[in-house]
Write a protein that binds this ligand. Structure first.
Ligand SMILES: C[S@@+](CC[C@H](N)C(=O)[O-])C[C@H]1O[C@@H](n2cnc3c(N)ncnc32)[C@H](O)[C@@H]1O
Length: 429
């Protein structure tokens, strides 16, 4: 297939795969990752796969705006499969710089390809032509997030902050790096086109395969969002201390603890995900003991100087890289997750030595999973006290420090954007 300029463009297969990925991503919280690991997506050639992925992610990133624009052209909602084709088509029109006719024609072809959507190809044609005529909608942050989440963020952080958070949904994130030896970063910075961030992370907008970037083969750095790199620093581990990372995979924080010289243990419930920890440790030439176990049931009597609980959470703070979480998560998920976080915190506390530190963190923007855990934990565990995080400590932005000394990073607290994160540090008396 070629475009108006006679250039070769990727074919219908990649659009069909993008369609499958978007549909799966909206069905369940694990849908996106699963769809990326099965046909039709994983059968594509690398170039088609890259296009399918970019199209699916862009559709999810702009889903709120796309649905709003489509609602204006649809008298009543069509079947989900048709809606998915319309979403992909609208994304190509507005956000992928596809020529209008190509976005419309390929969407009509997609509708024709499936029995269930074939009767709607006229509708697909008419709606997308209508959108093309109307032109790209002006960006409105209030439309980028689902209403229920935007309302929660307004209630928790105020209306202005909520809109500032939502505006970042449309922004493709840079890549942040953590260096194994921070002193080596300046020498590699030019080749990596990277600039330093407070706390020690480096940020780049370099393109191309990471595996080709300077320092990859030598294990000089790993990819880790600047906000995600702060919680492990708050444990301030010293060489020779013992540390356990109870929800470790894929291992960014385990690498930080091991690189700081701690005797590190990494635990994760998922054996396949733990393999990624092992691979990452090997690439970085770092060592840690690994265990595939439920952190709450892990049979190990040791107590540690430093305990990190990066608990499973709604991950609403990671929307810049995972826009699907915004649409696949519901209010009941947050309630369920906050209960399991409390239980995990209780068991994590049992692994802390007298005088040892416990950092609890989540990449969620929802207070029940963050601030809401503190009082209950301190009530249930009078042998612990909250150890306030100082502004700037470990790279924690001043604006992120709460009145009681926890850290609530909103995605706009770091210039250019970062994951939303919550962290709190306790010390065992
Ligand atoms: C937020 S991710 C951790 C990210 C990781 N700390 C990092 O920095 O790369 C949460 C992890 O918790 C694991 N997990 C979920 N429930 C668990 C449990 N009960 N015990 C241990 N691991 C668990 C998941 O498999 C997942 O890998």
């Amino acid at each position: 297939m070629s475009d108006t300029h006679g250039r070769d463009v990727v074919g219908l297969d990649s659009r069909a795969a993008a369609l499958a990925v978007v549909e799966a991503a909206l069905k369940s919280r694990s849908g996106l990752e699963e769809a990326l690991n099965r046909p039709p997506f994983n059968r594509l050639e690398p170039r088609e796969r890259a296009h399918a992925r970019a199209l699916a992610m862009m559709t999810l990133r702009h889903l709120g705006e796309i649905d709003h624009a489509l609602a204006g052209k649809l008298a009543k909602p069509p079947p989900e499969a048709v809606m998915a084709i319309l979403r992909i088509g609208a994304c190509q029109l507005f956000y992928m710089d596809a020529p209008d006719f190509a976005a419309v024609d390929t969407s009509v072809e997609l509708a024709s390809a499936y029995k269930g959507t074939r009767p709607f190809k006229g509708l697909v044609n008419a709606v997308l032509r209508g959108l093309a005529r109307a032109g790209k909608p002006e960006q409105d942050a209030a439309r980028l997030a689902p209403d229920w989440l935007l309302s929660r963020w307004k209630a928790a952080f105020g209306a202005e902050a909520a809109l500032n958070i939502a505006a970042l949904i449309a922004v493709e994130p840079s890549t942040d790096l953590t260096f194994k030896h921070p002193a080596e970063a300046p020498a590699l910075a030019e080749g990596l086109e990277a600039r330093p961030l407070p706390g020690g992370s480096w940020r780049t907008d370099k393109g191309g395969a990471l595996t080709e970037w300077p320092g990859f083969d030598e294990g000089a750095w790993w990819v880790q969002d600047a906000a995600a790199a702060i919680p492990a620093r708050l444990l301030n581990v010293q060489p020779g201390e013992t540390a356990v990372d109870l929800c470790a995979a894929p291992g960014g924080k385990t690498l930080q603890l091991a690189a700081a010289g701690a005797e590190t243990v990494a635990v994760d419930r998922s054996a396949p995900r733990l393999v990624r920890v092992t691979e990452n440790l090997a690439r970085m030439q770092l060592t840690a003991e690994t265990h595939a176990a439920d952190a709450a049931l892990w049979q190990d009597a040791r107590k540690f100087d430093a305990v990190l609980l990066d608990a499973p959470c709604s991950a609403t703070g990671t929307f810049r890289r995972h826009p699907d979480v915004l649409w696949a998560t519901g209010p009941t998920d947050i309630v369920k997750l906050s209960l399991s976080q409390s239980r995990l915190l209780d068991t994590a506390s049992m692994r802390v030595k007298d005088g040892g530190r416990l950092v609890y963190c989540v990449c969620s923007l929802e207070p029940e999973e963050g601030e809401g855990q503190i009082d209950g934990f301190l009530r249930r565990h009078p042998d612990f006290r909250l150890d306030p995080i100082a502004p700037g400590e470990g790279g924690a932005p001043e604006a992120s420090i709460t009145a009681n000394g926890a850290m609530r990073i909103l995605p706009f607290h770091i210039e250019g954007g970062a994951d939303g994160f919550f962290a709190v540090r306790f010390v065992r008396n």
